[in-house]
Design a protein around this ligand. Structure first.
Ligand SMILES: Cc1cc2nc3c(=O)[nH]c(=O)nc-3n(C[C@H](O)[C@H](O)[C@H](O)COP(=O)(O)OP(=O)(O)OC[C@H]3O[C@@H](n4cnc5c(N)ncnc54)[C@H](O)[C@@H]3O)c2cc1C
Length: 429
């Protein structure tokens, strides 16, 4: 029986493992194994909600082992460290920190991306990144600890207008903007949970962007509308501000004064992990992604497919497919068909990315564009846009769990949210 190994159970990898398990695992046509360093999946586009306590990671997680049991794939928890193409083996570090080799006939790399600090001095040491669920939980704990100590200061001395918690976020893409827009709400909730002196007026949030506007993936008019919404909520949007250094007291721009900050967050771009660069002689891009053919097979090895953020898939437009959940999902679907076709000696399909638009959630509203058939652009705003944004997540869940389980999930998540949200903010000091 052919052994198919998928490394990374994220937006792309888990959908692929589920589809392959349902199709090939069920009839014992292939043995499918998913490998991930974590034991559960959380949809990455919602990490800023985990960081601000909006999303309940307990209720919204999907356990890989359980998913595998229900969809006929095996799960192996471990961290991918290397690849031996001659022997057709992946090397992983298991939970006992032992190095283990696992053989494959077909390998799919779906390990996503990590933050890119572009070599900016001090960023690694002083900034928080939003790379995975563990980082999001750490950020939430840091924020709550800061709010708590700030409360004690206010309790001891009368606060002055100078007293503020300064949070600086570098990167005006979707991650930075969505995170910034949740922070005032997080502080208000913290205040409502017994810290009555805490309110969003005590927060000083800046989104710092090197280019002349935030959200380059959106039309200028939409991005300006979002800038206005942020500014109305008291969030500073600093454009044309290139950060050259980070130190413990804040960010140092190329021009102008230091941007002092108590909490520094870096969301200014992504790259594939450094260890992927030229791994086992495979071709890689400047951002360490593995270069693939239109079939999503690597240019130098037909037995290795790559999907999601770690794939460099050049499109007819002359640009590579973007590092988004949307692209990861579309790649997972084509990769699934191609693997099934490969095993049945049928011809393979080409991956062509369809841009269905981008919606930015701004806590209680959202704004963006949807593209009809990848072409006609329609501006969306307010509750309608927010509903589509939530729907994207629920569609991802439905593709993994089915409609009925997703509905049960939504109900359970709402119930746990009510209890957990309060406990997150009341049990800290
Ligand atoms: C806050 C935020 C908001 C975003 N908003 C949007 C949005 O609105 N729309 C959109 O389309 N995209 C959005 N994105 C981008 C989107 O999340 C990614 O493009 C998408 O998740 C990529 O999917 P993937 O399958 O390639 O990787 P991921 O979903 O990142 O999954 C990678 C998986 O690989 C595992 N892994 C990593 N390294 C190893 C290793 N060495 N060994 C074993 N396992 C490993 C990880 O644990 C993870 O499960 C957002 C991202 C963030 C952080």
């Amino acid at each position: 029986m052919k052994k198919i190994i998928i490394i990374g159970g994220g937006a792309g990898g888990l959908e692929l493992a589920t589809d392959l398990g349902d199709k090939l695992g069920k009839g014992n046509q292939a043995e499918i194994t998913l490998i991930d360093k974590n034991s559960y999946h959380l949809w990455k586009p919602l990490l800023h909600e985990v960081a601000t306590g909006i999303l309940n990671e307990q209720a919204d997680r999907i356990d890989y082992a359980k998913q595998g049991q229900q969809h006929n794939f095996q799960f192996n928890q471990g961290t991918f460290t290397n690849l031996n193409r001659e022997e057709k083996q992946v090397i992983i570090e298991n939970l006992n920190h032992e190095s283990v080799s696992i053989p494959y006939d077909i390998l799919v790399m779906a390990i996503g991306s990590t933050s890119n600090d572009f070599g900016t001095p001090g960023v690694k040491e002083h900034c928080i990144f939003l790379d995975d669920q563990n980082a999001a939980i750490r950020l939430r704990e840091t924020l709550i600890a800061k709010f708590s100590s700030f409360c004690s200061i206010i309790d001891e001395h009368e606060s002055t207008t100078e007293d503020k918690i300064r949070i600086a976020i570098v990167g005006g893409g979707a991650t930075g903007v969505e995170l910034a827009s949740e922070l005032p709400h997080m502080v208000e909730t913290f205040g409502a949970c017994g810290r009555n002196k805490m309110c969003s007026d005590l927060l000083d949030v800046s989104v710092i962007e090197a280019t002349d506007r935030i959200l380059p993936a959106l039309p200028e008019k939409t991005a300006l509308g979002i800038t206005e919404t942020l500014q109305k909520r008291g969030i500073h949007v600093l454009t044309k501000t290139m950060i050259t250094k980070a130190e413990s007291d804040g960010f140092y721009p190329k021009e102008g004064d230091t941007i002092n900050a108590d909490i520094m967050i870096w969301t200014a771009g992504v790259k594939a992990p450094d260890y992927l660069k030229d791994i086992a002689g495979l071709e890689s891009s400047r951002s360490n992604q593995l270069v693939v053919k239109p079939t999503l097979q690597t240019t130098r090895d037909d037995n290795i497919f790559v999907i999601g953020d770690c794939a460099y898939a050049m499109q007819d437009s002359g640009r590579a497919a973007p590092a988004t959940a949307q692209a990861a999902h579309q790649m997972a679907k084509i990769c699934y068909e191609n693997i099934v076709n490969m095993l049945n000696n049928k011809s393979m399909k080409s991956f062509n990315y369809t841009d269905n638009g981008t919606i930015i959630s701004l806590h209680d509203t959202a704004q963006g564009v949807v593209k009809i058939a990848g072409k006609r652009e329609m501006n969306v705003k307010g509750f309608f846009a927010l509903t589509i944004h939530r729907l994207l997540y629920r569609m991802h869940q439905a593709s993994l769990l089915g409609i009925f389980k997703t509905i049960r999930f939504v109900k359970a998540s709402k119930e746990m949210y009510k209890n957990k949200f309060a406990s997150i903010f009341t049990h800290q000091d």
